[in-house]
Design a protein around this ligand. Structure first.
Ligand code: PLP
Length: 418
């Protein structure tokens, strides 16, 4: 009899998650500290774990799932292309790359696109382009090029990129650092002016620092930085990998200040959360430094990814994600500030732009993110960033009603966790 009681069933089911957590621990590198939830299914803003418990996804794979998990239009494009051709390499051409690039360029106002796969690759590609541009067009002496970056930056995990990170967790143990980078405080245009010299080829920065905890620079920073760079013949490289494609309420976060950087880096939501696609957007006077043999990627521009990209562009043209993100973001921040008022000893600050939002705590955030996950019967998934902040970045297809539910859960968790 005891075998069919709910108790033993529940126990067995609970072991299911643990089984996968144990497999991960035993067989994969320990380079993350995930919230212990094992997801097996997703749709729109919702995900389900292996026990069938439902959660609202308020991280969106670090802003990759802007259009909702498995957006039907994107999945359709993916499946259709999978039945035709997937990968040819760039040794040959395919019928998807140029078509998709044209749509992306028309949507964003750039003349050319370099397709890559992951965010870090897009960043690396831009660094190479900037250096080559510096030698060939600006006339910087060979091997002298300097690129300016900001404190608390996050641009990815390659050996060069972590070399200019100011986060010891990211760079420790990975030296020696790639030379040619100079770090200045974020949001400080005076520091930028001082850092520029005749060898400076580019200034690489995030329009809002997502990983650092959604740090928004002072008003006018982007515009002023762009002006300083222009005056000094320095390329602006804006990393929109996390902020792009309506996350902050405009296609790019730089649009808030009507700034058009020389180079824009895109990834994450560019692939609609269903395929890794990244790349570099620039005009030809910069992009033309790349010549055959100087750069490449086996999967860059592959048919499957490019079909998805085309479909992402169509989606952005058809639906007004900017408006949704702006309005819902305002609502969300306003309500979070009420929770902050109630729990001012716990919550230090609420900040955000569009649906890229963070609350900074006076204490460690992990107990709160775990409590949100454990909420019954439906949980809420968000992730702490740098210990003291919790980032909320739900898919942009979320509704106000669903956000209200999220706010109830967040409030309850702040009421209950000590
Ligand atoms: C995620 C991210 C990257 C790196 O992208 P990967 O695809 O993980 O390599 C770079 N810059 C920013 C701002 C990011 O958020």
């Amino acid at each position: 009899m005891s075998d069919i009681t709910g108790d033993s069933m529940l126990k067995k089911e609970q072991n299911k998650s643990q089984l996968y957590l144990d497999l991960d621990k035993k067989w994969t590198a320990h380079n993350y500290k995930p919230i212990p939830v094992v997801i097996e299914k997703a749709k729109g803003i919702w995900v389900w774990d292996v026990e069938g418990k439902k959660y609202m996804d308020c991280l969106s794979a670090y802003s990759s799932q802007n259009f909702g998990h498995r957006n039907p239009k994107l999945v359709k494009a993916l499946k259709k292309q999978a039945d035709k051709v997937i990968l040819t390499s760039r040794a040959f051409c395919n019928d998807s790359m140029g078509t998709a690039a044209k749509k992306l360029c028309e949507l964003t106002g750039y003349e050319s696109f370099l397709p890559m796969n992951t965010g870090a690759e897009a960043v690396e590609s831009a660094l190479k382009i900037a250096r080559k541009w510096g030698y060939e067009k600006k006339g910087v002496d060979e091997n002298k090029a300097e690129i300016i970056v900001c404190e608390n930056n996050f641009h990815g995990r390659t050996i060069t990129i972590v070399g200019f990170s100011t986060d010891p967790d990211a760079f420790s143990g990975f030296g020696p650092k790639t030379p040619g980078f100079k770090v200045i405080p974020y949001g400080d245009t005076e520091a930028l002016k001082k850092a520029i010299n005749k060898n400076t080829v580019a200034f690489l920065f995030e329009p809002i620092q997502g990983e650092a905890g959604v740090l928004i620079p002072p008003k006018g920073y982007l515009k002023e930085a762009q002006k300083i760079c222009k005056e000094n013949n320095v390329i602006t490289i804006v990393d929109e990998i996390q902020t792009g494609f309506c996350r902050t309420g405009t296609i790019f976060a730089s649009d808030h200040e009507k700034v058009k950087p020389d180079i824009v880096l895109v990834a994450k939501a560019l692939g609609g959360g269903i395929f890794p696609i990244s790349g570099v957007l620039a005009n030809w006077d910069i992009m033309d430094v790349l010549t055959p043999g100087s750069h490449g990627s086996t999967w860059g521009g592959n048919s499957l990814g490019m079909a998805v990209l085309e479909s992402v562009c169509d989606l952005l043209n058809e639906e007004d994600f900017s408006k949704r993100s702006t309005e819902l973001g305002k609502f969300f921040v306003k309500k979070l500030k009420l929770i902050q008022k109630k729990h001012s000893e716990k919550i230090k600050e609420v900040r955000g732009k569009g649906l890229l939002v963070a609350i900074e705590l006076n204490e460690k955030a992990r107990p709160y993110t775990e409590a949100m996950k454990n909420h019954q019967p439906v949980g809420l998934l968000a992730k702490e960033t740098h210990e003291f902040s919790i980032r909320f970045a739900p898919p942009l297809v979320i509704t106000q009603k669903e956000l209200e539910w999220a706010l109830e859960v967040i409030e309850r968790v702040f009421d209950e966790v000590d």
